[in-house]
Ligand binder design. Structure first.
Ligand code: AMP
Length: 475
């Protein structure tokens, strides 16, 4: 069953005060393409007017023509890559959203998901707001337009005090860029410097590409205001709470060359693999990864277990992620399109296959079959995270609970379904130890079901439909 509203996996990128702002933003989005492949867009400011170009499609396709950049002039720009499962009318949901209102123009790009969106939307509609999109992000614009204070920063702060959930936001007006990370710090966001300008990106890999200097991560609850005189202000306008960054960014979502939540993703994933080997050793001849997501963990596993690591599955890099295919039939087919086994590596061998996660179980089942067909004697599946049993409501696209295989099946049942000789998941303690959680309490709702930002109660909700749907997913 598809969700009735968009679930978003996204990336944001912004440049302030640089003559090549929109070109750099294009490159930044290119580096963040893994965070969303459905649509993308850039809004630039020439100091007096905002200009936009946004479409469905990959960054290289949407911005594949140099002429486009002539229509995106100015020294500041924000951009967005997005993936959502929303059906028909997705074109209107492409970000950044740009509006003209009584105080000028504003554009916003959002990575994350709000949990009280329906409640706020109903309230705003009752006061006469007319929504053009089905995105949570538009609510923020409507909210800030309702506040009367002259200060843009104050209006944004007031608007954000009303929203709950996960958000990394980039605002662009004619003269300013403002970046905000939610108080829980669910999603990563970092600050860079390029010449006299400032850069903000979901992940540091995007700074590397444009050779911006990594300054630091933007803190949970922090707002960075880039001013026309080249200065930046750091504000902490929200009540301080214990941050809960998303542990799944380390497991799967972020790029391995990024530095997020105080750590390099690649080394962290390798450590997940090492810990997995400590927890689930097996006598085997070769360790292989499900590329690309399983590679660092497989290398860590192999090192720790003292078993050779080989590239036993080769990925066709010109195929999009199987997960982005919306139809179930295509998803089943997708694994074959994407991966091919190397028979010479697998034939007659006892093989350990490492992947970062099992969602529906479809990928693992196909892969075990594929590895066996290539002649493997035994296939041992190892997963570098605990069972994914609960949906994410904070910006990672996961199916509803019913479709998550581990929500209703034991590990032994999953092993039988994927037809592996053995199956081992990294323990929750092992995961936390590997990401060094003594300093940080991570959001691990997808594994443990404990959601750090609560949903509105049924009584608060004027529209019961969504709540009931979300409740059903928990059940
Ligand atoms: P499944 O076939 O549904 O079990 O999907 C498992 C595969 O999806 C694994 O190889 C993961 O690397 C990948 N994966 C896990 N979470 C996500 C996500 N949120 N978006 C895209 N792919 C994912």
């Amino acid at each position: 069953m598809k969700l009735s509203r968009p679930q978003e996996e996204c990336g944001v990128f912004g440049v302030y005060n640089h003559p090549e702002a929109s070109n750099l933003t294009y490159l930044g989005l290119y580096a963040l393409q893994h965070r969303g492949q459905e649509s993308c867009g850039i809004v630039s400011s020439d100091g007096a007017t905002l200009h936009a170009h946004k479409r469905m499609g990959l960054v290289a396709d949407v911005f594949g023509n140099q002429e486009i950049f002539k229509k995106l002039p100015g020294r500041s720009a924000i951009g967005h890559v997005r993936y959502s499962t929303a059906g028909a009318s997705v074109e209107k949901n492409v970000q950044p959203i740009m509006v003209d209102y009584s105080r000028g123009s504003i554009a916003v790009a959002h990575n994350g998901n709000l949990v009280n969106a329906q409640l706020l939307k109903a309230e705003l509609e009752a006061y006469g707001s007319i929504f053009q999109t089905t995105m949570d992000t538009e609510i923020i614009i409507h909210l800030l337009a309702t506040y009367k204070t002259n200060s843009l920063v104050d209006r944004i702060v007031e608007a954000l005090k009303r929203i709950k959930g996960a958000y990394c936001l980039l605002f662009l007006t004619e003269s300013r860029m403002i970046a905000v990370r939610d108080p829980n710090g669910f999603r990563p966001l970092c600050l860079g410097k390029l010449g006299n300008g400032w850069v903000v990106a979901s992940e540091s890999c995007a700074l590397d590409l444009i050779e911006a200097q990594f300054v630091r991560e933007i803190e949970p609850g922090e707002m960075i205001v880039c001013n026309a005189d080249g200065s930046i202000e750091s504000l902490f306008p929200f009540k301080k709470i214990e941050p809960t960054p998303c542990i799944f960014e380390f497991v799967y979502f972020a790029r391995p060359d990024s530095y997020i939540f105080g750590k390099n993703v690649y080394l962290t994933r390798k450590e997940l693999g090492r810990q997995l080997a400590r927890e689930y050793q097996v006598d085997a001849d070769v360790v292989i990864a499900v590329p690309d997501s399983g590679v660092p963990a497989a290398m860590g596993y192999a090192e720790e277990a003292g078993i050779p690591f080989e590239l036993g599955l080769i990925r066709n890099h010109y195929v999009g992620r199987t997960f982005i295919e919306p139809a179930q039939a295509i998803r089943h087919f997708g694994v074959k399109i994407k991966l091919n086994p190397v028979r010479e590596i697998l034939e007659g061998k006892r093989v350990v296959v490492i992947d970062d996660s099992i969602v529906r179980g479809t990928t693992s089942r196909k892969i075990v079959k594929m590895v066996r067909q290539a002649g493997a004697k035994e296939v041992h599946m190892r997963i570098s995270s605990p069972p994914t049993s609960f949906p994410c409501y904070y910006g990672i696209d996961t199916p509803n609970r019913k479709e998550l295989i581990s929500s209703s099946h034991s590990i032994e049942e999953i092993r039988r379904y994927i037809t592996a000789d053995s199956l081992g998941y990294l323990s929750e303690e092992g995961l936390l130890k590997s990401v060094g959680s003594t300093k940080t309490s991570f959001c691990k709702a997808c594994f443990a079901g404990d959601y750090p930002v609560a949903f509105p109660k049924p009584a608060d909700l004027p529209q019961m439909g969504l709540f009931e749907e979300e409740q059903k997913k928990h059940d």
